[in-house]
Design a protein around this ligand. Structure first.
Ligand SMILES: Cc1cc2nc3c(=O)[nH]c(=O)nc-3n(C[C@H](O)[C@H](O)[C@H](O)COP(=O)(O)OP(=O)(O)OC[C@H]3O[C@@H](n4cnc5c(N)ncnc54)[C@H](O)[C@@H]3O)c2cc1C
Length: 510
């Protein structure tokens, strides 16, 4: 991405003061009289958050008449045409909470999702690999056998979701909506007061350029009454608005993969129930999570040190599978040994003892807990990848004529699978804030119109991001010292006090 010019100070100039400020205003060096194309809402970023916002605005009678544009660097034609065989799954999968699903239903996007590729789960088994203490969240206990099982979350490939959102937007018609994909925002500047035209002096103006063959040609300059940054962790919109972020890198990577299983997950009762498993592995740098997918598959998110991630990615499929099975079954010292075993290229001849032999031998001497995931028998080719894990929180979600949503506003540790859910929470709130402003004849870009949005979202996001951060830190202290003791006490206490557990279950539902 090309560097985005920063406007160090982007003051909001109220109409009564603006004539006094004209001399200090930025002006374009070239073509100052050419008025840019004017839109009510311009969203930068066509990831799930940006497309979710567009779909929400298009689905409400109050906001469907707004003139909206979305600009995305990637080619969204590929996202529309995305198609995989039923036994293959993308490695980017998110667990969507019931409140995210109900938002997607409300805006008409859920019916466009390929449900055969999505998997609900009703139970979560979480345990500490160091102390063995365990907590289980079983929603089936809360419902009668005659009711539908209550869902903790629904596993959905991000690509399936993006395709569904695009399809929902297409269904809403072509009037007043422009999607400029294969197009990048190269810089953002303040507008000017056009002597013979509109006063755009307090409006952001985007300079855009194609990154490939575009479906629809974007104008080179676009003015936004409200500019929404749904443009991810390095948000150019956030930089333009001069909004700072707090945060740190965890120095951990999330290793993801699509796994094939030996047999369906056999939850004893009721039939059809599916379970997600997460085991904290403090000595290896974070938890390993196994989340169910349809057709006897699962998706893996293993948060671990950068070195361990590199090691896991270097293994052959057979060895990788063995390490995943080991991570849910062996003791910490055994695992630490196995993750330092010589790599396959040199190991087979020099030692003659493979990861598989090692696991088979060690399992004979390791008592197994009652609840562990089914054995993994395969890993989809090309699905093993890793992503750096980071924490970021913007100091503000709004500034005059600007709002940030999704990863542009906050990035959190994935151990609770909440990042995208928070993004959809933002989108639901911002779209209803815009709807309210339209219904009350307010200017949708005015800071007073926007204030409702951070009031609803900022603390919620800070609380969940902070809780994930604390959990990450707590579960990164290896050994059996006081922290491990406090940890196990924590999990055991939570598991035994129905009130506390009920509270946590409600929060996990979203
Ligand atoms: C390993 C891992 C597992 C996760 N698991 C879960 C989970 O189970 N549940 C969950 O809720 N969340 C999960 N998350 C988090 C989730 O993936 C992210 O929060 C989510 O994808 C962010 O979506 P977004 O639309 O905000 O941003 P992004 O998906 O980053 O989209 C930003 C878009 O902006 C575009 N863009 C950027 N700059 C420009 C520009 N200058 N011009 C035009 N376009 C631009 C980019 O091309 C991109 O498409 C996980 C994250 C990781 C790393």
């Amino acid at each position: 991405m090309r560097p985005v010019s920063r406007s160090a100070l982007r003051p909001y100039i109220c109409p009564s003061c603006r004539y006094g400020a004209v001399s200090g205003r930025r002006r374009f060096a070239s073509k100052p009289t050419q008025v840019p194309d004017i839109y009510d809402v311009v969203c930068v970023g066509g990831g799930p958050a940006g497309l979710g916002l567009l779909a929400a605005l298009r689905s409400s009678p109050a906001t469907s008449n707004l003139k909206v544009a979305l600009i995305e660097t990637q080619d969204l034609r590929k996202a529309r045409a995305w198609n995989l065989e039923s036994h293959q799954f993308s490695n980017r999968v998110s667990s969507l909470t019931p409140s995210t699903v109900s938002f997607l239903q409300r805006i008409g996007a859920w019916e466009h999702l390929d449900k055969d590729r999505a998997q609900k789960y009703q139970e979560m088994q979480v345990w500490d690999g160091e102390t063995g203490s365990r907590i289980s969240f079983d929603w089936s206990m809360e419902t009668s056998p005659f009711e539908d099982l209550r869902t903790v979350a629904t596993m959905t490939e991000n690509a399936n979701l993006v395709r569904a959102l695009l399809s929902r937007i297409s269904e809403s018609g072509t009037e007043n909506v422009s999607i400029f994909s294969n197009t990048t925002v190269s810089s953002i500047e303040n507008g000017i007061d056009y002597p013979e035209g509109p006063d755009l002096s307090a409006w952001p103006i985007l300079n855009v350029s194609p990154t490939g063959s575009a479906e629809s040609q974007a104008p080179s300059r676009i003015a936004a009454r409200l500019l929404v940054g749904a443009d991810g962790i390095n948000s150019p919109v956030r930089s333009f608005a001069n909004i700072s972020t707090d945060g740190w890198d965890y120095n951990r990577h999330g290793v993801v993969a699509t796994l094939a299983l030996s047999e369906p997950d056999k939850a004893p009762f009721p039939i059809g129930m599916r379970t997600a498993y997460q085991r904290f592995l403090p000595s290896l740098g974070g938890p390993i999570a196994f989340l169910p997918l349809p057709n006897n598959h699962a998706t893996l998110v293993w948060s671990t040190t950068v070195e361990n991630a590199a090691y896991l990615k270097s293994l052959s499929p057979k060895e990788f599978i063995t390490m995943v099975n080991a991570a849910f079954r062996l003791s910490m010292p055994d695992l630490k040994y196995m993750i330092r075993m010589e790599r396959p290229s040199s190991s087979s001849e020099s030692q003659g003892y493979s990861h598989e032999d090692e696991l088979t031998w060690r399992l004979q001497h390791t008592p197994q807990p009652s609840q562990i995931p089914p054995m993994v028998t395969g890993v989809q080719e090309g699905s093993v990848a890793s992503f750096p894990l980071r924490f970021r929180h913007a100091s503000s979600y709004i500034s005059p004529r600007i709002a940030l949503v999704g990863d542009a506003a906050h990035v959190i540790h994935p151990l609770a699978g909440q990042g995208l859910n928070l993004g959809f929470g933002d989108v639901a709130s911002l779209s209803s804030t815009i709807e309210y402003a339209v219904n009350h004849g307010m200017d949708i870009g005015d800071i007073l119109s926007l204030e409702r949005y951070p009031a609803e979202r900022y603390l919620v996001n800070a609380k969940i991001g902070g809780a994930c951060d604390v959990l990450h830190k707590l579960y990164n202290v290896p050994g059996n010292g006081p922290v491990a003791w406090a940890r196990s006490l924590g999990l055991d206490v939570i598991d035994r006090i129905p009130f506390v557990k009920g509270f946590l279950m409600k929060n996990a539902e979203g």
